[in-house]
Ligand binder design. Structure first.
Ligand SMILES: CC(C)(COP(=O)(O)OP(=O)(O)OC[C@H]1O[C@@H](n2cnc3c(N)ncnc32)[C@H](O)[C@@H]1OP(=O)(O)O)[C@@H](O)C(=O)NCCC(=O)NCCS
Length: 161
């Protein structure tokens, strides 16, 4: 961690074409912006102190994607012994389908320190399953009624080469 990475993504304003997104580790001062994106993305959202607790974990892998001064997406994971458990990935509504989600995953895949990546995703979250499939994840299982005793979770993993 600690690096700043630039990756080209599509602008959310067609007139601008491609733009550089800056991918960098999340700082405690970014959490309010993360909460705004989380609220657009999930029914249940951690509170400020829960996010702060998570990112203070020495095993946390937490990166944000920025366009200029705007946080456009984030990636939260836990990295233990070369295995990354993806906890959450979300992109701001107005920046979806511009490539930011893919770039956040690729930054983890290409870091050189993550051997394998695991996640679970709601079985009916087609956008996310499509994103992970495009990034090279494969389905390896299903947990029935995993979310609130109602929705199934698809388990996916990817080996980085
Ligand atoms: C899922 C999510 C993170 C995708 O982020 P994104 O930045 O919009 O995705 P990208 O632009 O990088 O898309 C990469 C690929 O993912 C797939 N994809 C992304 N959004 C899609 C959609 N709405 N429909 C179909 N495929 C989609 C496509 O294969 C896409 O490639 P393409 O644009 O070349 O066709 C975003 O929709 C989001 O924040 N959703 C709410 C939160 C969530 O569900 N998170 C995942 C569970 S933890």
């Amino acid at each position: 961690m600690g690096k700043i990475i630039k990756r080209e993504i599509r602008s959310n304003n067609a007139a601008r074409g491609l733009v550089d997104a800056v991918i960098k580790p999340i700082d405690p001062s970014d959490i309010n912006l993360i909460i705004q994106i989380a609220r657009q993305s999930f029914e249940t959202v951690w509170k400020l102190d829960e996010f702060l607790f998570f990112i203070s974990n020495p095993n946390a892998w937490c990166w944000g994607a920025w366009f200029e001064k705007e946080l456009i997406g984030y990636f939260l994971g836990l990295l233990v012994q070369g295995e990354l458990d993806i906890v959450s990935v979300a992109v701001a509504n107005q920046w979806r389908r511009c490539g930011a989600g893919q770039v956040l995953i690729e930054v983890a895949s290409s870091s050189g320190i993550i051997g394998e990546m695991f996640l679970e995703v709601e079985a009916d979250n087609e956008k996310a399953i499509s994103l992970y499939t495009k990034c090279g994840f494969e389905k390896y299982g299903l947990r029935r009624k995993y979310y609130n005793g109602l929705k199934d979770a698809v388990l996916m993993k990817k080996k980085n080469t």
